[in-house]
Ligand binder design. Structure first.
Ligand code: FE2
Length: 418
């Protein structure tokens, strides 16, 4: 089937386009045409004039296994390690463990989906997440190599820096690692360690980098390495964050990530708002919203080597996030200010996953299973069985857990705990 998306504003994000039809082929899952003209199609999806069509958003760093609430820990810490100890000895960790790993991955998928995210990088060893990610509605990156971190006290998730990085080069996939998430002597040596091992180049994706020096940043720029900025998590655990202004001025490719909600942002929209306000607080100037939008689209796609994603252009994968237009005339700013109530529609590979019930006729053209439920004050259509899922997790927990990143309101008269 071929359908055209028309109406609204298209943010590619390199350009802002009006009166442009975007034609999707559901067989190839790609955008096959864009233009003022409208070729023959099987269906037209009409957006409101105020709607804004973005590429499907990408959350460049999350741990789906850690999808729980609230945050845990008493910072500021010296490095991530004592936070990890605090987490694992906290009663909330036991509460979370009443849910299965698959439950937590579904919860993470819904958390990301309702905030407009289509693609997530889940930082976890393949042996843990591989059996859990393929049935999820959103796309979870499966082609990557990794280390947990690069220090003597890391969690040994990979087979060693050299081996993991070399495989990333050979397979043209990212090598992803936390780095410089702390201020002890070893943490601050992260960039030197990777350079010495020949593991710092365009395949390398560094998470955090809160203790990067000016010299480190010069090296990252020269080596074309990528950095994922996680301001909420950094500020919660360390009361500081990566030297983001300097990184951007040096031309380092920066993406944005939430980390898990047990230390980081509730979801990607929350993270964008926090990133914007923290930047203003730290530098007494505004971070251009267009730069932040690039961090959750093109920059993230480049870091994760998803070269057909993160942009609305012919031959790109048909992933879209539609956001309700705000008062601003700047569509980038509209996305940076958006919250869950502003997410109108999310499409992956041409298939709608989540959206306002306004789009019911569009959803009804697809044979997937959906449920309608109140989320963020509006009747929404959600892929899968979110009502059953929420009741099931509350049953396992033994009480009606409130999860602000999954604010589902069950139909009237339906008890939360079955
Ligand atoms: Fe992390």
């Amino acid at each position: 089937m071929r359908y055209a998306i028309e109406g609204g504003t298209v943010v590619t994000p390199d350009f802002i386009l009006q009166e442009t039809a975007v034609v999707v082929d559901t067989e190839t899952k790609k955008i096959v045409h864009m233009g003022k003209d409208m070729p023959r199609v099987d269906m037209v999806l009409s957006l409101e004039k105020t709607d804004i069509l973005f590429p499907g958003l990408i959350n460049a760093h999350d741990h789906l296994l850690g999808t729980y609430y609230p945050r845990v820990g008493k910072g500021p810490y010296l490095n991530w390690y004592p936070w990890d100890n605090d987490l694992k000895s906290h009663p909330l960790y036991e509460e979370r463990s009443r849910l299965s790993n698959q439950d937590l991955y579904w919860l993470g998928a819904y958390k990301n989906l309702i905030s407009g995210v289509v693609v997530v990088s889940d930082h976890m060893p393949h042996a843990v997440n591989e059996p859990l990610i393929h049935g999820l509605p959103i796309f979870v990156l499966s082609e990557y190599t990794l280390e947990h971190e690069c220090s003597s006290y890391d969690l040994r998730w990979g087979r060693g820096i050299t081996l993991e990085h070399r495989e990333a080069q050979e397979r043209n996939i990212p090598f992803i690692t936390h780095l410089e998430e702390g201020f002890d002597e070893e943490a601050t040596m992260g960039v030197d360690i990777l350079m010495e091992m020949g593991a710092l180049d365009e395949y390398t994706v560094l998470i955090h980098g809160i203790s990067l020096s000016e010299k480190d940043i010069e090296i990252l720029a020269k080596q074309k390495a990528n950095l994922v900025w996680c301001p909420s998590s950094n500020y919660y655990m360390f009361q500081t964050t990566a030297p983001i202004k300097h990184l951007l001025e040096a031309g380092v490719n920066v993406a944005l990530g939430t980390d898990s909600p047990m230390s980081g942002g509730l979801h990607l929209l929350d993270e964008m708002q926090f990133a914007s306000s923290l930047y203003e607080k730290l530098y007494q100037e505004r971070l251009d919203p267009a730069v932040l939008v690039r961090m959750v689209t093109v920059n993230a796609a480049r870091a994760l080597r998803l070269f057909d994603q993160g942009r609305i252009t012919e031959n790109a994968r048909a992933h879209f996030t539609v956001i309700r237009g705000g008062n601003s005339h700047n569509p980038y700013e509209t996305l940076v200010r958006a919250d869950l109530a502003d997410v109108r529609l999310v499409i992956r590979d041409g298939v709608p996953l989540y959206g306002s019930s306004h789009f019911l006729p569009f959803f009804s053209r697809f044979s997937h299973h959906y449920q309608q439920v109140l989320i963020a004050g509006e009747e929404r259509i959600v892929i899968g069985k979110p009502i059953h899922f929420y009741r099931e997790i509350c049953k396992k927990l033994g009480f009606a857990k409130q999860l602000p990143f999954f604010p589902i309101i069950l139909p009237e008269g339906m008890a939360v705990c079955p």
